[in-house]
Ligand binder design. Sequence first.
Ligand code: SF4
Ligand code: ZN
Length: 310
Amino acid sequence: MDCDKCSEEAVLYQKYSGLHLCSQHLMESVEGKVKQTLRKHCDIQHGQKIGIALSGGKDSSVLLHIMHQVFGNWPDLKLVCISIDEGITGYRDPSIDMAIETTNALDVEHHVYSFNEEVGYTLDEISNLIGDEKTCRYCGILRRWILNRKSKELDLDKIAIGHNLDDESQSALMNFLDGDIDRMTRLGPEINTKTGFTPRIKPLREVPEREIGLYAKINNKIKAHFDECPYSNWALRQEARKILNQYESNHPGAKYSVLSSVDQIAEKLPQKNIKLQDCKTCGEPTTNTKCRACQLIKNLNKNRQNPSKP
Ligand code: SF4
Ligand code: ZN
């Protein structure tokens, strides 16, 4: 089948748009969506220092590549990559190696932090203490905690994360099914400007995961790690992923509809003004006296001392 925009062979049928696209036009389509999100929702200004959370996986590698393409020649804008090594044997090491190779090639400042140093445990050790089912929950909370603290230490104006359309629509569905509309409004495109949090931007939020994967494979300048995390089978979102993929296959464009619903809800229901205080242990913003990360670390310390009572 030929590309609908030229005579080259198509590599993708974009069911939701009805277009067959060749490599070149797929790349243009992905870059166009990312650039539009950057323009409309990310408010990146001259003179800013922008962080990119880089795992070395396909999403964050594509994110870095396109952001470098867009902002690499702004003389007064600085891109800084942050990688977090959770300590997942056989999985994270090769992806961090790829991340380092990429930032070296692009000459982008890069900082690597580890769970082991920041939390006192690797994720593998955490999983042994608390069981596989809870591992993703601990991983997500602790990773966000490290990312926010380091973003402030590095004085970043914003931090870009590689959440794609699939991630965002899955989170929306999960929050909806949990009855957590407050959390759902936080998925909207508006930048969170709460004190104590480095604003997070999601330039890939309108690009389907499959297209990012293809982009990373087609573009020979991108080195990305494609393996699945060994704990991902336990991730709660796997169910939401299955439901949405099935629904998207029968009703092309469904994931975009979910995203559009989130944006409309977020616009109509502005985020609640939650009162935050400093965590007594680490100083990060929290609604309680201790933030969730410090509570989890306390649990881990207890479990280590008394493994028979998890
Ligand atoms: Fe962490 Fe779970 Fe993602 Fe693996 S799948 S990196 S454990 S959140
Ligand atoms: Zn804390």
